[in-house]
Ligand binder design. Structure first.
Ligand code: UDP
Ligand code: MG
Length: 313
């Protein structure tokens, strides 16, 4: 299990209890990797307590807050299981669903992603933006990405290894998992309200994730400016021809400056849009070419047993 945690001191103990309880009936050799994504509250202390009481717990502490997608990546890098399940720390994704995911995996699927039937306790704004985001995303993405699906999912070792070979700096994991391929299936569930604490995804971050998703999996914004530019040129030519024709047959009253002004505004706007789209991609190329590591680890706890096993093997 990989559990990203950012300021989750209120909920972590409950999360751990419910996770381990939900999987108690399954015949699995459990490893719980909590990634502390630079929390500023007591999260690290709670994790240390868990570490002391449960030998299955591992803790990866990042040196600062790197964001949810990178925290999950750090967890995937440290996971050793034949199967890895990604789950949020706030119990919005019911751990009881994992049993069903495992069943799908035993049926031979490599990815079982949780698909939300509904979402309790979310703001109307979040519901609306999420709904539209998934629709638009699917429409323009080069890789089909299922709608109403978050990062709550089960991944086979083969998928995890494939993900580890994708070094992209702007990470949109659900898109990356779709891109990887293999046999994928969905498991339906009801998304609950947060068990405690506040959402760590304010609007600005949600928008960032949406932009990452769109630009990483679609060249549509670039292409759109191209087509819009072409359409404008055609429209401008047609307009100019019509205008000149009307003048020619004697319609002196047409104020051509107003038409010119409108055309200028449209064309100026389109140029800005196109430059903006190019800029977004260029900034990505730049970030990727710097080749920085995705995250910096401050501390790894509970991995001694894993190391030992590796050495004796
Ligand atoms: N999270 C994280 N780093 C961040 C933001 C969030 O590791 O910078 C974790 C958070 O602790 C939670 C999960 O990512 O386990 C999902 O975040 P949250 O529940 O706040 O998002 P929401 O469910 O509101 O979209
Ligand atoms: Mg949440």
């Amino acid at each position: 299990m990989v559990v990203p945690c950012f300021n989750e001191e209120d909920v972590l103990e409950r999360t751990h209890a419910r996770l381990t309880h939900a999987l108690a009936g399954e015949n699995v050799d459990l490893e719980l990797i909590y990634v502390d994504d630079g929390s500023r509250d007591g999260t690290a202390d709670v994790l240390r307590e868990l570490l002391a009481t449960d030998a299955r717990v591992r803790v990866v502490r990042l040196s600062r807050n790197f964001g949810h997608q990178v925290a999950v990546t750090a967890g995937l890098d440290h996971a050793t299981g034949a199967v890895v399940v990604l789950i949020d720390a706030d119990l919005q994704d019911p751990p009881e669903v994992i049993a069903e995911m495992l069943a799908r995996w035993r049926d031979g699927f490599d990815v079982a992603y949780g698909r939300r039937l509904d979402r309790a306790g979310e703001t109307p704004l979040k519901l609306l933006t999420a709904r539209w985001f998934y629709r638009v995303m699917n429409w323009i993405s080069e890789t089909p990405i299922p709608a109403d699906v978050g990062d709550f999912r089960l991944l086979d070792r083969g998928v995890v290894d494939a993900l580890k070979q994708m070094p992209e700096a702007d990470r949109f994991l659900r898109g990356m998992v779709s891109w990887v391929g293999f046999r994928q299936t969905q498991v339906l569930y009801h998304r609950e309200a947060r068990a405690a604490g506040q959402s760590k995804y304010p609007l600005a971050r949600m928008m960032r994730l949406a932009v990452d998703g769109i630009l990483s999996f679609s060249n549509w914004p670039l292409r759109m400016s191209l087509w819009a530019g072409a359409a404008l040129v055609v429209a401008g030519l047609v307009g100019a021809v019509c205008l000149c024709g009307l003048r020619f047959v004697g319609h002196e009253s047409i104020a051509d400056w107003s038409i010119v002004l409108a055309a200028l505004a449209i064309i100026g706007g389109m140029q800005l849009l196109a430059i903006g789209a190019v800029g977004e991609y260029v900034s990505r190329v730049y970030r990727q070419s710097r080749g920085r590591p995705l995250y910096v680890t401050a501390e790894r706890l509970g991995f001694a047993a894993v190391e030992q096993r590796r050495q004796t093997a």
